[in-house]
Design a binder for this molecule. Sequence first.
Ligand code: C2E
Ligand code: CA
Ligand code: CA
Ligand code: CA
Length: 277
Amino acid sequence: SKKKGRNRYEFFSYSIEEKATEKRKLIEEIKLGLKESQFELYYQPIFSVDGKSITKAEALIRWNHPQKGLIGPNEFIPMAEKNGLISDIGRWVKSQAIQDCTLFNKISKRLIQVSVNTSPLEIDRSGEWVEQWIQASEQFNLPGHSVLIEVTENTLMGTDSEIKRQLKRLSEFQIDVAIDDFGVGYSSLAYLQRLDIDILKIDRSFIKDIEKNDNSIALVRAIITMAHNLNVEVVAEGVEKQEQYMLLKQMQCDYIQGYYFSKPVSKKVFVSEFIEE
Ligand code: C2E
Ligand code: CA
Ligand code: CA
Ligand code: CA
């Protein structure tokens, strides 16, 4: 088959050794990049369904690589997850997001919740990760509910009582929790209630063709209804078109995120264009 042929081509064109060298190089570059402040958090505004006010912003990491230019997370997060570097990146993201959150809420007239992505590999059973969040939020005296931590369904899969206890602790300190990419992983609706989840983010793949696909409409409507019955609010991700926005509004989705309203922008642009003083 064609696919096989292509793989064979790739196999012969890059030796295993060359690939390993590339990987090692990337790992060293990430370490250096962290030291030399080459990483940056962009922010994508999340709008209330009325389309008027911004109540949240998702922090999305970018890498200003000295040779390659601006690099997106898909090009280095998976690698960092495989090599244990994700906790270093995660620590940096956490501290930067907390500083930015402090700044946003100093100038904004209404609360802005900063939403932070978390790799499943960052959450350890010892509870260190959760305690770091709690300490940092106390140290910076962050307003309650100004941080939202996004975890994927797979993080919660087979959840043991230890992770449950940790999520509960976040709740006690008014740090909210969202399930990211909802619908693509091994979700169990039971988690929503059992783990005191605050927000559910419907994965972009369900929104993509919603205006053309009755099945997607039925599915998204069911997710929203169910979430609301469990007292969980809903963000629709990847909203690109007005028709999609209109449908989601009809379905009483709570928040909208996507290119239709704005792409992720630098912190500076986010402050100047989206924060109401
Ligand atoms: P995600 O958490 O699902 O983030 C949403 C992604 O969708 C972002 O890509 C965003 O730019 C993109 N997006 C937003 N609106 C639209 C839209 O309307 N249409 C389309 N086509 N795309 C849209 P980005 O920034 O490249 O991030 C990719 C993934 O990298 C994220 O997916 C997240 O899983 C991961 N990531 C980003 N920042 C971090 C981080 O600080 N830590 C960790 N662990 N992962 C991160
Ligand atoms: Ca996310
Ligand atoms: Ca909670
Ligand atoms: Ca997502």
